[in-house]
Design a binder for this molecule. Structure first.
Ligand code: HEM
Length: 350
């Protein structure tokens, strides 16, 4: 083989080696193998599991839930904020899910403090907006890393001081503790206010940008119940109640968008914005039909909060990206375990 050709062969091998080595290093970095202390999405998802391990086939958090279908009717008031079609006057289909913030799909409803709603809104331009919101007025901690530390500390049953140490290094948790200990429970998913908590940037047709948060405000007046009352209503009373209520009449919420002012803490969902901020009702969510999760259209949906239409994007809030990565891990795990998810007879026969 001539010298020039030998050199070029060696050069090709070196190049291939560099490409393969680079790809392996990228995988190792992404997987967290190069820095075991780094917080990775799988670590975050593992930390959500109870000591007995996760419920296979189910969401790794908010595992208990029920699907619904309905519509979002935009009134046009959101158009000056965002060019997303979902705010243009019109009625758009929604697939959603009422849920409880627990990794246990068989939990007794009365024992769960945090309730959630998940929405997937579709518009004729082919875009989608996915959002998952909770009834808490602020998130317990300021960063995804602190959320991981909270999960680890609360799982340390062998170390009663772990939570105290966590609370002294993350004082923002006190506000959540006060809310959890004093806020009344409602008797229905339909009576909850659901808060998006994370901040996003809306861009309108002229290119103007605003930092916003959003919330769903229930039309149904809240009726407060004690934990004992809820226990007496049965383990799954929330699912039973919402099914009966929606079968009798559609349930509605106003979608309220709150606009930040200079200096509002957009990067920290543990801090509420002042009550005086401009809030605009941009339309009405209507839930028309409730469907049990095994047969429902939401079971295989990942309500990834970073799936946004043009006219909406993430802000300096680190949570949506961390959530997106964690939800993807949870989604991949639960769908690969789909055989372990209890199906109805009809589905098994298919
Ligand atoms: C770093 C912080 C967070 C982590 C690691 C996390 C983790 C998860 C995971 C793994 C799931 C299951 C996803 C699936 O299998 O499809 C989930 C669902 C959910 N999360 Fe989070 N979450 C976080 C923050 C939040 C926040 C800030 C909110 C509310 C503002 C929220 C509300 C929800 C709701 C409502 C669901 C149910 C979604 C569904 O129905 O599929 N989460 N979360």
């Amino acid at each position: 083989m001539p010298l020039g050709s030998t050199r070029s062969t060696i050069g090709s091998f070196l190049l291939i080696g560099a490409v393969v080595g680079g790809a392996a290093a990228a995988f190792a970095y992404t997987g967290g193998w190069l820095s075991p202390g780094r917080l990775t999405p799988p670590k975050l998802v593992d930390a959500l599991a109870p000591p007995t391990g996760p419920a296979l086939g189910y969401r790794r958090n908010h595992a208990k839930g029920i699907c619904f279908t309905g519509t979002f009717e935009a009134n046009g008031a959101g158009v000056p904020l965002s060019k997303a079609q979902v705010f243009a006057p019109g009625r758009y289909p929604v697939t959603g899910r009422f849920n409880l913030a627990t990794p246990d799909p068989k939990v007794v409803d009365a024992t769960v403090r945090v309730r959630g709603i998940s929405l997937l809104l579709r518009t004729p331009d082919g875009e989608e907006w996915r959002t998952a919101m909770i009834n808490v007025p602020f998130f317990p901690v300021a960063t995804p890393e602190a959320f991981y530390e909270l999960l680890v500390a609360s799982g340390r049953k062998d170390d009663p001081e772990a939570m105290k140490r966590f609370a002294s290094s993350h004082p923002e948790i006190a506000a959540f503790g006060a809310w959890a200990g004093s806020a009344p429970y409602t008797q229905s998913y339909a009576e909850e206010r659901y808060n998006g908590l994370n901040s996003f940037i809306f861009t309108n047709a002229s290119g103007n940008e605003h930092a916003v948060r959003w919330a769903l405000l229930p039309a149904a007046p809240p009726i407060h119940v004690s934990v004992e009352d809820m226990k007496a209503r049965g383990s799954d009373f929330l699912e039973r109640e919402i099914g009966e209520r929606v079968a009798a009449a559609p349930q509605r919420w106003d979608l309220a968008v709150t606009v930040a002012e200079q200096g509002d803490p957009t990067a920290d969902p543990s801090k509420a914005w002042p009550e005086s901020r401009r809030t605009i009702n941009v339309g009405v969510l209507q839930v028309d039909k409730v469907v049990p999760e095994p047969d429902g259209p939401c079971r295989d949906v990942n309500f990834d909060p970073a799936v946004l239409p043009s006219g909406m994007r993430t802000s300096d809030d680190p949570f949506p990206a961390a959530r997106s990565a964690a939800y993807s891990v949870s989604y991949n795990r639960r769908t690969s375990e789909a055989d372990l998810y209890p199906r109805t007879t009809t589905e098994k026969m298919r």
